[in-house]
Design a protein around this ligand. Structure first.
Ligand SMILES: [Zn+2]
Length: 373
């Protein structure tokens, strides 16, 4: 099983300059490889392969001092990224979709440098990150790294640098557990509701950040286009967005951790099916993304703790009565479920109980070993 850890880097001015330059060289490499593919295709209808571009880079390195300062494997990773973009492009053409041609990356669209192998050009030892051509950078190690580090990515968010390490935690077995199983329903009114009727409130970070965000956005519109002050103001807006993103991720981790500690089996709606149902309302679509991320976090936390994570088909869970199985129709605004059988509870609580029932129908009684996923 893989897990990624992200840490803030404490860079000094010199290291920041080196990292910025490195990122810029990677971006230029990406764009130059894209240009080469485009030209060759337009002139000769030939698709340039990754291996050809990697070989060309190797030659150019001896004359291009910027290229010479890139770690070879990480440069290959950037070229593979472009290769993947093309593979996706061709796959979508084949599937009769209308994909956009891979695009040149502007400065604000290129944020990361990948190192495919830990120890090759980059190494994390304790809270020290050694980066080839940059030096040793101090890392804010807010939680320890577990498992074996496989790949390392340097990432710039607005004007801060982070390192993301992807670790192999080995095979994790699901242990029979005496802890109670739980079903969860993610919603709009509360962030989630469990089959035990516990409601997790919606976090306030976005709402709290909104006044600040609006003020900073207004400040952008007052500044002259193309000016230095406008660029500074845009940066301030981006920083608020980054803060909200980080708070959201932290919230997801905390809620997931609480569930994993308390329960032996966790049942949730299947993400694939939810995606298939489709949704045209923007607000819903945005929160769907957040839920999707949360369920992914929950799954990975459950897996690494040896807790079974079972995905069930969510269709009809809100309409079905969790007491007797009868279908009780309700509009979206109707928040209470009450059935002739005497079952009367919150709509989301009812749905969570159905999610759990569907899981148990598949896995059998609790405590029996079940597969993950
Ligand atoms: Zn009923």
């Amino acid at each position: 099983m893989r897990r990624a850890y992200k840490y803030r880097l404490f860079t000094n001015a010199n290291q920041e300059r080196e990292l910025d330059a490195m990122l810029e060289t990677h971006r230029r490499l990406y764009n130059s490889c894209l240009a080469q593919r485009k030209e060759r295709y337009e002139a000769e209808k030939v698709t340039v392969k990754y291996t050809e571009q990697s070989a060309r880079f190797k030659v150019e390195r001896s004359t291009n001092p910027y290229y010479a300062r890139l770690n070879f494997s990480s440069a290959q990773a950037t070229m593979r990224r472009l290769d993947k973009a093309f593979a996706n492009f061709f796959r979508r053409i084949k599937a009769k979709e209308t994909p956009g041609y891979p695009r040149f990356k502007a400065r604000d669209r290129f944020h990361s440098i990948e190192f495919p192998a830990h120890g090759n050009g980059i190494r994390l030892t304790g809270n020290r990150l050694r980066v080839q051509h940059v030096g040793t950078i101090r890392v804010k190690l807010h939680r320890p790294v577990e498992g074996t580090i496989k790949t390392v990515t340097l990432k710039r968010e607005v004007d801060r640098w982070y390192v993301v390490v992807s670790c192999d935690l080995g095979d994790v077995q699901v242990e029979p557990s005496n802890k109670p199983p739980v079903g969860i329903d993610v919603g709009i009114e509360s962030f989630l509701t469990t089959s035990e009727g516990v409601q997790e409130p919606n976090p306030r970070y976005l709402k709290n950040a909104l006044p600040d965000l609006r003020r900073k956005q207004r400040s952008v519109s007052r500044k002259q286009k193309g000016g230095k002050n406008r660029r500074k103001a845009v940066k301030k807006v981006a920083r608020v967005h980054a803060r909200v993103r980080n708070l959201r991720r932290e919230h997801h981790h905390q809620v997931a951790l609480r569930l994993v500690r308390r329960h032996g089996v966790i049942a949730a709606e299947s993400l694939n099916i939810r995606g298939m149902l489709g949704n045209r309302r923007l607000a819903r679509a945005i929160s769907d993304v957040a839920w999707g991320n949360f369920l992914l976090t929950l799954r990975s936390k459950a897996e690494s703790a040896g807790v079974a994570f079972v995905e069930v088909d969510p269709r009809g869970t809100s309409q079905e009565c969790s007491g007797c199985g009868r279908v009780v129709r309700k509009a979206l605004g109707q928040r209470w479920h009450s059935c002739e059988c005497g079952c009367s509870l919150h709509r989301d609580h009812n749905a969570a109980r159905n999610v759990l029932a569907r899981c148990l129908a598949r896995t059998g009684p609790v405590g029996v070993k079940v597969g993950v996923g």
